[in-house]
Design a protein around this ligand. Structure first.
Ligand code: SF4
Ligand code: SF4
Length: 482
């Protein structure tokens, strides 16, 4: 099927019959490419070093799912602290809203791990094995029985697969820590089949994505591209083509009055990793990689014309109108972002070295004996720290004669352990006057010597006191000797 030219009404990489038009974007050089490469190297360095950097005895990022502990830059969260993730994720969301509204899809082109690895790792390796875009297209035409194609493309796929295996292992290290990952690798796949399956599936997905799926992830799957149409407006900084300066297209050497600055060389299209033509306006497929800026600047330099025919600018700026980068929606997003950060910071200050859960025991809500009314609770105390902590548990209520058994007094909790105990509250049957609130208090001393408190409200339940009195009276009449 003939490949169609990029147009605003269809996805360049999908043919009319639904088959894939595989792209081979040309290599490009320029200031933005250099800056993006340097930034990507820093990001890749961060991705690969986080599991190695110890902070407070743990890797900087260690999502210890097996033990339900999450270590992030020196802070330890238990599963019960996961509600904080809401503020973290919503804060990130508003940050992305703010950045997108101000600077368009900066994240996609510069910081998204998919773009970083595809453009700065996998694509250069591909060029190393298969040569520039023109040679890659020639290889496409050859059958797999051709020795050259088999050698070049086969070697590339093998290297892609090995690289994907390394990335998958580092990905797993975020959940296991590096020492445990090494030890599990040494023990072999049979000893830890779940992890082996995880790495195998991750490797297959990563290799498939970077070998074949590529830009389809951004165009077809990632929802962020859809969001951008709601987040950006005519004053958002985007990458665009200066139509007033560039049109009509054609070589202006012979007749400068007749043609604009665009010489219709199509270089901006050839370097685009999503195969679009930026001259047709802002499109969902544009990931803001700035390849077309560098490509066009190269052409403008060659033609002796000013750079910036394709550039970072607002849609208003590209049309020659007044630019207004600071506008009301930015204040709204900034306010929501600061609100989220404020709530998250406040929530972090409320984090304790231990967590306590109090739940009514399963079964009857209360038990009635000849002398007492009894309520039973299960108290789970979790030490989130790597050192032992001392805790004491007490119960407060307005009921004078309430007796407490089970979990009371001082306990030493071993590092990163939890203790589940039964708390039994007793109220003399003759003093029962109806349900009442009580508070389970945990007072502890953290490893650094600071004291902390956690309180959980509970309710003591029992039968209707009038009914109980009548029953007791009837029983006394029936058995006066008792
Ligand atoms: S690279 Fe520049 S000059 Fe060439 S087609 Fe694109 S916009 Fe026109
Ligand atoms: S149009 Fe330009 S900025 Fe957008 S994806 Fe293509 S090359 Fe990158």
């Amino acid at each position: 099927m003939a490949r169609r030219s990029p147009n605003i009404d269809s996805v360049t990489t999908i043919a009319d019959d639904g088959s894939r038009n595989f792209l081979h974007p040309h290599d490009v050089k320029g200031n933005f490419t250099n800056a993006r490469r340097a930034f990507a190297l820093i990001l890749i360095g961060i991705y690969f070093s986080l599991p190695f950097i110890p902070i407070n005895g743990y890797p900087a990022v260690f999502l210890d799912v097996m033990n339900r502990r999450f270590h992030l830059f020196g802070l330890t969260f238990a599963a019960q602290d996961l509600w904080l993730a809401f503020f973290f994720i919503s804060g990130l969301g508003f940050f992305l809203f703010f950045i997108t509204s101000l600077l368009g899809r900066l994240w996609c082109g510069w910081a998204c791990p998919h773009s970083v690895f595809l453009e700065q790792v996998y694509r250069p390796i591909e060029r190393l094995f298969e040569g520039p875009a023109a040679q890659q297209k020639k290889l496409d035409q050859l059958p797999w029985t051709n020795g050259e194609k088999l050698a070049k493309r086969g070697s590339k796929i093998l290297v892609f697969f090995l690289l994907s295996t390394v990335i998958a292992h580092f990905f797993l290290a975020y959940f296991l820590s590096i020492p445990q990952l090494w030890s599990w690798i040494a023990q072999g796949p049979v000893a830890h089949p779940q992890s082996f399956i995880f790495v195998t599936v991750s490797t297959a997905i990563i290799a498939f994505n970077f070998t074949w799926f590529r830009e389809q992830l951004c165009i077809v799957i990632c929802p962020y591209g859809r969001f951008q149409s709601a987040l950006i407006d005519d004053d958002t900084m985007v990458i665009g083509y200066d139509e007033t300066r560039g049109e009509p297209r054609g070589k202006s050497n012979k007749d400068p009055q007749k043609f604009g600055d665009c010489i219709a060389c199509n270089r901006c299209v050839q370097v685009c990793p999503t195969g679009i033509d930026i001259r047709q306006g802002l499109q969902l497929e544009c990931i803001g990689c700035a390849n077309c800026i560098d490509a066009c600047n190269e052409i403008m330099d060659h033609e002796g014309k000013p750079r910036g025919l394709v550039r970072y600018d607002s849609l208003n700026g590209l049309k020659g109108k007044k630019r207004q980068f600071i506008r009301p929606r930015l204040f709204l997003y900034a306010f929501l972002l600061l609100l989220g950060v404020g709530v998250m910071t406040f929530s972090f200050t409320k984090l304790r070295p231990a967590n306590m859960q109090v739940m009514r025991m399963q079964g009857m809500p209360y038990y009635l004996t000849d002398d007492y009314l009894r309520n039973q609770f299960q108290v789970r105390v979790i030490n989130k720290k790597t050192e032992p902590i001392q805790i004491g548990v007490s119960v407060d209520s307005d009921i004078q004669n309430m007796e407490i058994t089970g979990l009371v007094g001082d306990i030493t909790l071993a590092p990163e352990t939890e203790d589940v105990r039964t708390l039994i509250l007793l109220v003399p049957r003759g003093e029962w006057a109806g349900k009442f609130p009580a508070t389970v208090n945990l007072a502890g001393i953290s490893p650094n010597g600071n004291t902390f408190n956690i309180s959980k409200d509970i309710e003591f339940l029992g039968p209707d006191p009038e009914l109980l009195k009548r029953l007791d009276a009837q029983e006394t009449q029936t058995n006066p000797s008792d």
